[in-house]
Design a protein around this ligand. Structure first.
Ligand code: GLU
Length: 396
C-alpha cells in the first residue's frame, strides 16, 4: 500500500529518538535486559505541587475546550516567566501554548516557511528540526560544528551559509545533543551577522534552559535588542519539570506570528489539554529553586558518566554544560570490526551497542553529526554505571 501514501510522508524521516526508544521497548517486552539511554526523558516524577494543581483542576471540573492559544492565566504566567528568567517583554497576545515544544516549533516553521526557503540548522541539532522543515517544504541547510569548537558555530560560518533564500535560523542552547551552551557574547557575535540580514528570522529553542551546570547561564537570543522583534523563543515544561507526557510547550514572538500559529493550531489540534494547562500555571510560576534537586542529581550523574566514559578507548567527549546527554565522537571505530561486526558509521555503532551491550543510544546521523552517538544520562545512576560497563566491554 506504500504507493497510496503521499509524497510528503514518504519523504519524511521517522524520529530517530522515538524509533530507538520504541525498539528498546520492544526488545524489553521480549524479555531482553535493555538499558534505555536513547530518550531524553527525566526519570523523576512530576513534583507533587504540580500534580496537586492538576487534581484540583479535575475536581473543579475543568473539562471544556480551551482557548486555542492557551488559558489567559497561563499566558500571563508565561509572560512573567519570560521577564523573570530571560529579561524578555511579552504581552499575552504574543504567546501561544501548544501540545509540547515540538508543536510550537512545527507551528512557527509552518507559518514562516514557503516551499524552497532555506532554514539554517546548526548541527548538532535536535532530530525533529530537519523533518519539521521538510514537512513545510523548506530546505534544511546544515551548518556543521564538531567537538573541536565545543559544537558551536562561528559568525563566519553563519555568514557563509546565508543565501538570498535564507528565511530562518534555528538555534538551541543548552543544546540537545551536545550539551553546549552559547554565552551572551557568542550569541551577540552571531547577531552581528544577522544585523546585516534584516529579513532572516531566528527560532531559539530554550527547552533545556533550567538544566545547566558549572554556573553557566544560558542566554536568550531575543534579549539582544536588534533581534527581539524577529526571534521566536520556544520553551516548555517537559524537561525541567519532569512533565514529558503532559505535553505543554509554548512560544513567544511577534503578535502577527502568534496569530498565525493560533490559526494553524485551531485547524489541526485546537487548544492544549485543559488539566495540563492548569497544572502548567503553577509550574511556570514556581521558583526555579523548586526543581533544583533534579538539576543537582543530573549534575552528579553527568560527572559520573564523564568519569566512566573518559576511560573508554576510542571515545572523545566534550564536557556538557547543559541538558542531560553526552555526545561522544566514536569515529575511531569506523572501518573496524567489533566482535566480528563491521562498524562503518555511527548508526552501525548504535545498533551494535543495542545488540551486543543491550544499551539503547541514538546515532549522531540523526542530529547532523555522523561521527557521534548520543547517550542520555536522564536515567538512574545504577543504569548509567551498568550501561557504561557494558559499552566498555563491547568495544574493548
Ligand atoms: N526531545 C527528547 C529527545 O531528544 C524527546 C524525544 C523526542 O521527542 O524526540 O530525546
Amino acid at each position: 500500500m506504500n504507493q497510496v501514501l503521499s509524497e510528503r510522508i514518504k519523504n519524511l524521516p521517522a524520529s530517530a529518538t522515538l524509533a530507538m526508544a520504541a525498539k528498546a521497548r520492544e526488545l524489553k517486552n521480549k524479555g531482553k535486559d535493555i538499558i534505555g539511554l536513547s530518550l531524553g526523558e527525566p526519570d523523576f516524577n512530576t513534583p507533587d505541587f504540580i500534580k496537586e494543581a492538576a487534581i484540583d483542576a479535575i475536581d473543579s471540573d475543568y473539562n471544556s475546550y480551551t482557548p486555542v492559544d492557551g488559558y489567559v492565566e497561563l499566558k500571563e504566567a508565561i509572560c512573567e516567566k519570560f521577564k523573570r528568567d530571560n529579561g524578555l517583554d511579552f504581552a499575552p497576545n504574543q504567546i501561544v501554548v501548544s501540545t509540547g515544544a515540538k508543536q510550537s516549533i512545527a507551528n512557527a516553521v509552518q507559518v514562516l516557511i514557503n516551499p524552497g526557503d532555506d532554514v539554517l540548522l546548526v548541527a548538532p541539532y535536535w532530530v525533529s528540526y530537519s523533518a519539521i522543515v521538510i514537512l513545510a517544504e523548506g530546505n534544511p541547510i546544515e551548518i556543521r560544528s564538531d567537538i573541536k569548537t565545543d559544537f558551536k558555530i562561528t559568525p563566519s560560518q553563519l555568514e557563509a551559509a546565508i543565501t538570498p533564500k535564507t528565511k530562518l535560523v534555528m538555534l538551541n542552547s543548552p543544546n540537545n545533543p551536545s550539551g553546549s551552551v552559547y554565552s551572551k557574547e557568542e550569541y551577540e557575535a552571531l547577531a552581528k551577522v544577522l544585523d546585516k540580514h534584516p529579513d532572516i528570522y531566528v527560532l531559539s529553542d530554550e527547552i533545556y534552559e533550567h538544566i545547566n551546570y558549572d554556573n553557566v547561564s544560558p542566554f536568550s537570543f531575543a534579549a539582544i535588542p536588534s533581534m527581539s522583534g524577529r526571534t521566536i523563543t520556544v520553551n516548555g515544561l517537559a524537561k525541567a519539570f519532569a512533565m514529558t507526557g503532559w505535553r505543554i510547550g509554548y512560544l513567544g514572538g511577534p503578535v502577527w506570528l502568534a496569530k498565525a500559529c493560533t490559526k494553524i493550531q485551531g485547524q489541526v489540534t485546537s487548544g492544549t489539554n485543559c488539566i495540563a494547562q492548569r497544572a502548567a500555571i503553577v509550574a511556570v510560576r514556581a521558583s526555579v529553586g523548586k526543581i533544583k534537586y533534579m538539576v543537582d542529581e543530573f549534575d552528579f550523574r553527568r560527572k559520573r558518566i564523564m568519569q566512566l566514559v573518559e576511560n573508554i578507548e576510542g571515545f572523545k567527549v566534550n564536557v556538557p554544560k547543559g541538558a542531560f546527554y553526552i555526545f561522544p565522537d566514536i569515529s575511531s571505530f569506523f572501518g573496524k570490526k567489533l566482535n566480528g561486526t563491521l562498524i562503518e558509521n555511527a548508526s552501525d555503532f548504535a545498533m551494535y551497542l543495542l545488540e551486543e551491550a543491550h544499551v539503547a543510544t541514538v546515532t549522531g546521523d540523526a542530529f547532523g553529526c555522523p561521527n557521534n552517538i548520543r547517550i542520555s544520562y536522564a536515567a538512574s545512576l545504577e543504569e548509567i554505571e551498568e550501561a557504561i560497563r557494558r559499552i566498555r566491554q563491547a568495544v574493548s
